[in-house]
Design a protein around this ligand. Structure first.
Ligand code: UTP
Length: 526
């Protein structure tokens, strides 16, 4: 340990308070603290803090005058494309997958503070009939997609799964996959790497001590991806494998279509290097970031950055002018990622700042949990690299929210984005898959159940017609091993009468889908 040079460095950067308890620590704790402190880049941290405070001072400034809507040339939409176009995008995407040119990259380094469980969000079980966790659903989607691509190309293929973790999630994620035998995927095709951490800083610019021997550190945001890609040589690994298309997504969207061939096909058709999936923002006040242009550059703008007047602007057809809600679902080419991950580009991405209540060690060496914000956390965001794209290289693909977006953010005590809303979104989608494949839902006496759920309000006030409030829409689940996006079910389900709850699972031989029901029509146990 070179304590003297550490002391000098801390003093010259105004951070000597970090050694405040040094003399009270035993040798082990001293070593632990020393190892943390010697890796921090103090002059950069002070620089980030200065920029962060400036941006906080301008937090209420609005950028309305700089905003431009997306040019029609970069946009495409599931609902406004013909069946032929969608089929062609799908074919192109599957061709890329089948030729081992597609990887998925999961952002899973967040602390999930709002959900409030002590393990990584991907391990969360929202209470589906199958009991599958977010990670299991994702793994099985990959397995199915590989199979679909093989059917098209006739070649065996792999979609490598890169998972960005952080100090908070790495070990548990690693253990979880191992414990579940990688859910049938090959171990070497699941590549975990770790994002960086940044210290939390008090409003006075001093780095906060979480304990006498520990700095308060937090992950550097999902935009910490670009630095982590460089540090762990992830792009070199992709290149070695021949990957050229990367689908980046967040861990918490239960409906995520990983490596979605339609999205990939669309982006490739547009020759895009950087693409975003979006859902239509329905009401002006919805708190979702929108993809648009700011001062001529592509960006995601938060609701708080614009006035209500701008948020309410509408086009001639009645749609909101700024309506491309960002759902953290991005397409990048390998070349684009190589470019934006270079130090020069990555340094241009500014930190976003959030005031937080950061636990700290007090004068009596006890940890204090503040009731008011006492400092800031600094984070980069994954979408900030849109800045480096232009009209020729950017693409936005609008999808249906009910098919593709249901994030898990909060515990069930909240009104939205909870385990319950996620579970219902997935089961509703699967109910529609089953109807689309030609089945009908019935009571055990054979009488019909309605296809369309009774609105929640009507259900609560008892205004539903008979059978509508049976809630069977929330009892139908299709294993991703059987179907990735509703395909492949007709042969099994066409003309079938199903009594919910129903699960469609892959049979024991892993080739034959099977219907699992508690009872069948006329009450016979299956
Ligand atoms: P959120 O911003 O919703 O954060 O992350 P979170 O950590 O899941 O939840 P809260 O805010 O603490 O309640 C969106 C996505 O970005 C990832 C998350 O894992 C999630 O997939 N993320 C977030 C990272 O990978 N690293 C980070 O530093 C932050």
């Amino acid at each position: 340990m070179d304590l003297d040079s550490l002391k000098t460095e801390l003093e010259s950067n105004g951070q000597s308070q970090l050694l405040r308890y040094w003399d009270l620590l035993d040798t082990n704790s001293q070593e632990k603290l020393y190892n943390e402190l010697k890796h921090l880049e103090y002059s950069n941290i002070n620089k980030y803090f200065k920029q962060a405070m400036e941006s906080l001072n301008h937090a209420s400034d609005k950028i309305d005058d700089l905003l431009e809507p997306l040019p029609a040339t970069v946009c495409g939409s599931v609902t406004r494309s013909s069946q032929e176009e969608l089929k062609e995008y799908n074919r192109i995407g599957l061709e890329e997958v089948g030729n081992n040119r597609v990887a998925v990259l999961l952002l899973a380094g967040g602390q999930g503070t709002r959900l409030g469980v002590p393990y990584p969000k991907g391990m969360y079980n929202v209470g589906l009939p199958s009991g599958k966790t977010l990670y299991q659903l994702q793994a099985e989607r990959l397995l199915r997609l590989q199979r679909l691509a093989t059917q098209q190309t006739g070649k065996a293929c792999t979609i490598p799964w890169y998972i960005m973790t952080s100090e908070h999630t790495k070990q548990a994620t690693n253990d979880y996959f191992k414990q579940h035998n990688y859910f049938g995927l090959e171990k070497e095709n699941i590549i975990l790497f770790e994002q960086g951490l940044l210290p939390c800083i008090g409003f006075d610019g001093k780095i906060i001590l979480a304990n006498t021997d520990k700095v308060a550190l937090a992950p550097d945001g999902n935009g910490g991806l670009y630095r982590a890609l460089r540090k762990w040589n992830v792009l070199e690994d992709m290149e070695k494998r021949g990957v050229t298309n990367i689908h980046v997504y967040c861990v918490d969207n239960i409906l995520v279509k990983m490596a979605d061939p339609v999205f990939i096909g669309f982006c490739r058709t547009k020759n895009a290097e950087c693409g975003a999936k979006a859902v239509e923002k329905t009401v002006p006040t919805e708190a979702v970031g929108v993809v648009c242009k700011v001062d001529g550059r592509y960006q995601v703008v938060e609701y708080s950055e614009i006035t209500l007047k701008t948020a309410e602007l509408r086009q001639d057809n009645g749609q909101l002018t700024f309506n491309a809600g960002n759902i953290c679902n991005h397409y990048f080419t390998l070349d684009f990622l190589k470019h934006v991950s270079q130090v020069e580009q990555e340094n241009q991405l500014k930190h976003h700042v959030a005031k937080k209540k950061i636990p700290y060690v007090g004068d009596d060496k006890e940890v204090v949990k503040p009731t008011e914000p006492n400092g800031i956390k600094m984070e980069k965001f994954v979408f900030d690299v849109f800045h480096f794209a232009d009209d020729r290289s950017f693409a936005v693909w609008e999808v249906l929210r009910e098919d593709e977006f249901a994030p898990l953010k909060n515990a069930d005590t909240a009104a939205k984005d909870t385990p319950t809303t996620c579970r219902e979104a997935l089961l509703n989608l699967h109910h529609r898959y089953m109807l689309g494949a030609g089945s009908k839902f019935v009571h055990s006496d054979g009488s019909s159940l309605p296809d369309i759920p009774c609105a929640k309000k009507a259900r609560e006030s008892g205004d539903c017609r008979k059978g509508e409030n049976d809630d069977h829409f929330n009892k139908c689940e299709v294993s991703p091993l059987v179907s990735y996006a509703g395909e492949g079910l007709t042969e099994l389900l066409d003309g079938k009468k199903l009594v919910p709850p129903v699960q469609i699972v892959m049979g024991p031989t892993d080739s034959e889908p099977t219907i699992l029901q508690d009872i069948t029509v006329n009450g016979t146990a299956s």
